[in-house]
Design a protein. Sequence first.
Length: 321
Amino acid sequence: MRAQIIGTGSCLPEKIVTNDYLSTIVETSDEWISSRTGIRQRHISIDETTASLSTEAGRRALEDAGVKAEDLDLIIVATCTPDTLVPNTACLVQSELGAVNATAFDISAACSGFVFAMNLVDAYMQSGMYRMALVIGAETLSRIVDWKDRSTCVLFADGAGAAVVRAAETGVSAATLGSDGTRGGVIYVKNRENFNPFVPEQKPMDFLYMDGAAVFKFAVKTIPEAIQETLDKVGWTAQEVDWFLLHQANARINQSIAKKLHISIDRVPMNVDRCGNTSAASVPILLDEVNRKGMLKPGQKIVMAGFGSGLTWGVMTMTWA
């Protein structure tokens, strides 16, 4: 048995922040942001939290799948911006949804998180351990960016995407995951430092740091190679794939990936212009968008890919049911 997606959902904060607005608080412009990233606006949380966005995305996915919360036996939330260190976000979602029979926990792999979580669910389902799962990618990155730093505050945003997954004969067919911890300093944000009677002075929390040029070089080299490796595992060619659902970090990155794979950019849907970079949430938000537009048809071949801090990367092939 393999993991098969049978329903999707997403939730974005109500507040929309345009590039023009950002130009009033940092030295930037719509032309500067959009020409370098493809981003024109993003959603930023005011009252919404990682847990509330996750819960609503999960609820919509359950409705789309026609599955009751009590039928779930597993909930995984991929996030690097939980509201609380404990309890984990998945337990908060479990409580709100009433998924009384589900085991719930979080994973942290930044922008690769949703693909990592899907791979974990697929392994569980191959083993027969779980049969019905809710997989969520969710972030409130606006809480960890420096709103005086134009190199990061123009990129990151908030949101959540979710998928209901069941054990079935068709679905996920292969995956390739990877990590390079030696390049962890390319994208990072510190948590609280040691604070106890023996370390009397507590330092303030740092904001997110990113070496954008290094991330770009990593993505355009590593992701096409990882996609090809995954395709080779199932005997597909890039030209056979109907849709490439890639992490929405930068339009230029995804255009470069398409060029290296020799595929039309028309098969690489993007919403980075409207949603910005939502890290672990970006792939499932995009998945829900193309699903609800009716773009996904039974039997179509799909590639999902996430990449980011760690550095981490994950690619997955699946046949849409």
